[in-house]
Design a protein around this ligand. Sequence first.
Ligand code: WT7
Length: 644
Amino acid sequence: MHEERRFPPPEALAAAANVTEEAYARAEADREGFWAEQAERLDWGQKWDRVLDWDNPPFAKWFTGGTINAAVNCVDRHVTAGRGEKVAIHWVGEPEDDTRDITYAQLQDEVNRAANALTELGVAKGDRVAIYLPMIPEAVVTMLACARLGAPHTVVFGGFSADALASRIVDCGARVVVTADGGYRRGAPSALKPAVDEAVAKADGLVEHVVVVQRTGQEVAFDETRDLWWHELMGRQSPQHDAELHDAEHPLYVMYTSGTTGKPKGILHTTGGYLVGTAYSHWAVFDLKADTDVYWCTADIGWVTGHSYLVYGPLANGATQVLYEGTPDSPHKGRWWEIIEKYGVTIFYTAPTAIRTFMKWGNDIPAKFDLSSIRVLGSVGEPINPEAYVWYRSTIGGDRAPVVDTWWQTETGQIMITPMPGVTHAKPGSAMRPLPGIVADVVNDEGESVPDGSGGYLIIREPWPAMLRTVWGDDERYKDTYWSRWPGVYFAGDGAKKDEDGDIWVLGRVDDVMNVSGHRLSTTEIESALVSHPKVAEAAVVGATDETTGQAVCAFVILRESAGDGGDEIVAELRNHVAKEIGAIAKPRQVMIVPELPKTRSGKIMRRLLRDVAENREIGDVTTLADSSVMSLIQTGLSSGSED
Ligand code: WT7
């Protein structure tokens, strides 16, 4: 917080920047007019009557009366404009030399076929389609085909378990699932289809068709009455498809994310405003020059970053981008830098956890590659510590490329707070200022704006185009979760600080949500998974600070009497149980078997004290504990039982 370093924008970049200081003033003078101007960068059928309808808060409508097709904006219009031969996607498979360049014209052909294929399977406007795919072009094609038809997609990250997939399929009522036999991870095929089979069985006859992309060629169970091979289905489709224009507020997709309860929320994004927000922010924040830049966002398509800044934003802007299937260390730890060198990547967007991992692996690895093409670097997913920021800027950015630390959320749909590469004198570790057209603030418990130099809760004061519209099927939960703390104000769940200059430093979650490697996990959800194990009586989960992943999942578990001491295998058994219930990403780093949990007199678990234990700190104030001896009981019992 007492960071003195400043990195001004490179002169040449600033001189030709898409966004200058003037944009902030323009947006402040007339916010809706500003967003209407940004909407002009897209192709509309019917123009909108109203930019924003906020008559019934917190239910916003943007560009009402307007009609638009997201797929046409991301694909067809670039072909129509004569850019059909431009590469949309440089796809890089994990196995070496397994690459494919896809032009906008080829993308159009495939999206149209896929739209026809989904239609053949009975998918109509409004129907939901679940997507469970690796990072292959078919994932982008399927999303855009859904958007073309107006059939909202719900993409489920391939690291989620069959149970998690099933609950998402059921919650949004998807009757078609698109998956693959598997994908490549760490040099080996990793199966996806078995999880889909299990999920479909759990979904009680809801799913009518499963479309399977043949990616790895591994053996899969195939139910002829339900399953179809992607290549067979696509092969018989016409590459022509007339796109319907949809209402600007037509649902585009549902993305599930963890909250403070055990049940993930389906965040609903709609079409017009979302596309305006993502296209503008992608162009502005990364200073995109579509004719010359090569952009690469390493996020998985299963997260919101993959939706906004790999599919909709970049493609709406006609960008050329890299899409990489695998892990950064396969077959060697320089794989990402090798890809940057090969394709001449100019804009690179990744997460702090990856940056810290590369720092650990050593500077000699990126030093072997020519990274001089890079001109803008982005960071997303969690606060970036100044050391990682400075390393990223110097080692990857050659001390010339500005780093944009972008704060946003699944719910916000678009980047909200960030430096601008051609404007901001950036401070390492600070997300700096709201984007033009965004009104954010830091407030105290009473909802009052805090003065510069103070901390509080991060809030958004005015609606923005890519904002979530509701929680799928649960308007009450939408109101309660995001809009109830202070009237008319969106509360994001993060704590933040305004420094002496009024610049914003995001400090992290203030609720029971953890951030592990930039992935959002709910403590409650993992606790429910643990107590569903027959040997577990009670569980408490905390996010402990972790050098690489930001936070790590630490679980404290009380076993049932009947389980005895649980046996030698109990820790591994419980970790695997969480992986099975939720997914490998939620697997606790540590499981500690304890005789008691610290609780207040009203029975609330004091996670703060458990965090002290997990982070090997001296235990804090225990005076509000119902039984103050509990903490010493826990600590003496911890001689064994942890792993990794
Ligand atoms: C939470 C949202 C944004 C897409 C990826 C994660 C944290 C995100 C930053 C940042 C500090 C950040 C916040 C936020 N977060 N970006 N630049 N600085 N914190 O999306 O899963 O919806 O998580 O990630 O805590 O609330 P998500």
